[in-house]
Design a protein around this ligand. Structure first.
Ligand SMILES: *[C@@H]1O[C@H](CO)[C@@H](O)[C@H](O)[C@H]1NC(C)=O
Ligand SMILES: *[C@@H]1O[C@H](CO)[C@@H](O)[C@H](O)[C@H]1NC(C)=O
Ligand SMILES: *[C@@H]1O[C@H](CO)[C@@H](O)[C@H](O)[C@H]1NC(C)=O
Ligand SMILES: *[C@@H]1O[C@H](CO)[C@@H](O)[C@H](O)[C@H]1NC(C)=O
Length: 577
């Protein structure tokens, strides 16, 4: 009796001490990480797990893990094998195709991730997919997908288990709730429940069962600056749902907040019962013009009293809340969401976990430390360059491009290249890439001299802005590779400064101080346009530009140093790596 009272009291003291607030900074998942869905899983050592959307990037649908809501480590990719979703190999001009918003849930020892693959290939035709795993740290353990019925061609699926064991899948646009058989993907019953407050694009539904109510939270207004999170509730799953009179519960619409487009929320509770909200946001300010990292994942504390509606603190760069104690003890070989790269491609290692392809890769194009070239990443040239064309076959030809996300407002990215092109138009180098139609490249290219007809190696700086007509683009430049540098390993550096201008330089790797400026370009070029849902990637590529060249490019000493995060307009915080 006395002991149990003591334990109760102790519990109370621990709760009180946990209630002390600590500060954290947004975004919690920086760079291209939209549409978050997060859970807290006590059974997995009190760990939070989040997933975000990946569109055409591959491996697809990342899972991140955290013990303290501040330090997030990559856990796995739900789609890491091309045959899980062969549709991802399609050559689609529309760069917004691919895997969209998912919902992550945990039940009885299993993680469930339901998502949609969106394509306009044969007209609008999203496919709803369910993937499951019992080990969130292992790519290979993700099974499926099971393809669900989707008669209304809906997106943004949510999964909810009712107390009686029935499972419901809510979907958008306009919110439908389907009772489903999750072992087969069959729809058993359908309810049309709520269209939001009347704004466009009611989407991103999630259902929570609390205090005798089914709460239905959705986003509306579109994922641009009118984005808002709104909520309704009902005493029965099928409705009628009553909208909250003080909707929206979270938005940056009509504000001058630096974090804009706030919406697409998910809610979860931590070990001590505190509620938290994740959402997507864009660091653009209301002008919403400069946002190279696109939509990122942000966190906010919330209160949700019994029988009441959620109250969520508006999103800011620096916030405070009852965070769990700092803890970076997480398993696996994943990368840190805020971290940088020091990749040397040592013999016997794999392609680093944070590296991404545009669609599933043709694997033979990439090799770590090939014979004769230890400590390098071999990239064989693809016929298609980064812009590609209508003949491009992602599976057969592949794209000789590999990248990582830009995850900070100020950074330095440096990579060395050994490349001795033989044929005309062979090209290799580094890039800031938003989509095939918006990228800024700095390369070595073999060109035919107009005067002599001889092939000449040149450095080339070239912005591609087809995907954003009207944007101001600096002129392309080429300069002949200086005689003294011929045959040397070259160093390419891309930096981004506080003025949001990328700078591109080249140098011999053994004399980095002799660098030559190749060009500078505004982040405007890689904000929005053909990639309105994306964030930029920093990468390297090799191509024959439609020719027959086969010369391999060897990249080495890959360094990505995230330096500062902009957390308020013009306020930059240094990053501790
Ligand atoms: C939502 O809108 C659709 C299409 O306008 C309409 O058919 C449906 O009845 C509406 N649902 C509710 C619950 O208001
Ligand atoms: C936001 O809503 C206003 C008012 O309805 C509308 O005029 C504007 O075009 C919308 N903006 C976007 C980006 O959807
Ligand atoms: C801690 O932060 C939460 C969320 O902002 C707030 O509701 C609460 O009052 C704060 N507690 C203290 C002790 O400051
Ligand atoms: C990319 O390849 C296409 C042909 O596939 C070609 O028209 C275009 O000029 C190439 N781009 C560059 C920068 O060479």
């Amino acid at each position: 009796m006395i002991i149990s009272q003591l334990i109760c009291l102790l519990g109370f003291v621990i709760r009180l001490s946990n209630a002390a607030n600590a500060t954290f900074t947004n975004p919690i998942l920086p760079g291209f990480n939209p549409d978050p869905s997060c859970i807290f899983v006590k059974e997995w050592d009190n760990t939070f797990f989040c997933t975000t959307s990946s569109f055409l990037t591959f491996p697809s649908i990342p899972l991140y893990a955290s013990k303290d809501l501040v330090h997030w480590k990559h856990a796995s990719y739900a789609i890491s094998r091309g045959d899980q979703l062969p549709e991802l190999y399609r050559n689609s001009e529309l760069q917004t195709e691919g895997t969209w918003a998912s919902t992550l849930r945990y039940r009885d020892g299993k993680f469930y991730l339901i998502t949609s693959y969106v394509s306009w290939h044969d007209g609008w035709g999203p496919i709803i997919l369910l993937l499951t795993t019992t080990d969130p740290y292992d790519d290979a353990s993700w099974s499926g997908p099971i393809r669900f019925e989707n008669p209304e061609k809906e997106i943004d699926p949510d999964l909810f288990w009712d107390d009686d064991g029935q499972v419901y899948m809510s979907v958008a646009r306009g919110i439908f709730i389907h009772r489903v058989d999750i072992s087969t993907g069959k729809i058993l019953e359908t309810f049309t429940v709520w269209n939001g407050t009347g704004d466009r694009n009611p989407e991103g539904p999630h259902i929570y069962n609390k205090d005798g109510y089914y709460y239905l939270s959705i986003g509306e207004g579109g994922t641009e600056t009118n984005h808002s999170a709104v909520i309704s509730r009902s005493t029965t799953i099928s409705g009628p749902y009553e909208g909250y009179e003080s909707n929206p519960v979270l938005t940056a619409k009509n504000t001058d907040a630096f974090f804009q487009t706030v919406g697409h929320t998910d809610y979860f509770q931590d070990a001590t019962g505190n509620w938290w909200c994740v959402a997507l946001a864009t660091r653009s300010g209301p002008a919403w013009e400069i946002y190279p990292m696109g939509r990122e994942t942000v966190l906010s504390p919330m209160t949700w009293d019994e029988g009441g509606w959620p109250i969520i603190d508006p999103i800011q760069g620096t916030m405070s809340g009852p965070l769990p104690p700092a803890n970076t003890d997480l398993p696996g070989d994943g990368f840190w969401a805020h971290g940088g790269d020091e990749e040397d491609f040592r013999p016997g290692t794999q392609i680093p976990r944070q590296f991404l392809f545009w669609r599933p890769p043709k694997e033979s194009l990439f090799k770590v430390s090939p014979a004769g070239h230890p400590n390098s990443l071999q990239v064989l040239p693809s016929r298609a360059n980064l812009t590609a064309d209508s003949q491009f076959e992602p599976l057969e030809d592949g794209m000789g491009f590999i990248s990582r996300k830009q995850s900070s407002s100020v950074f330095q990215f440096t990579v060395d290249l050994e490349f001795d092109p033989k044929d005309a138009d062979e090209e290799a180098g580094a890039t800031v890439f938003l989509t095939q139609y918006q990228h800024i490249d700095v390369t070595v290219v073999n060109t035919r001299s107009c005067s002599t007809g001889e092939l000449e190696q040149k450095f080339r700086f070239r912005p591609e802005a087809l995907g954003k007509p009207g944007v101001k683009v600096p002129a392309a430049r080429t300069i002949t590779v200086p005689q003294a540098w011929a045959g040397k390993r070259m160093r390419f550096t891309i930096t981004l400064d506080e003025s949001q201008t990328y700078h591109f330089t080249v140098a011999p790797a053994d004399k980095p101080d002799e660098e030559l400026w190749m060009g500078s370009a505004s982040t405007d070029i890689v904000s929005g346009g053909s990639g309105p849902f994306h964030g930029t990637l920093l990468g390297v590529f090799a191509t024959s530009n439609g020719g027959t060249g086969k010369t391999a490019a060897y990249f080495s000493r890959w360094r990505y140093h995230p330096l500062k995060q902009e957390v308020e307009s013009g306020v930059f915080l240094p990053i501790k790596e």
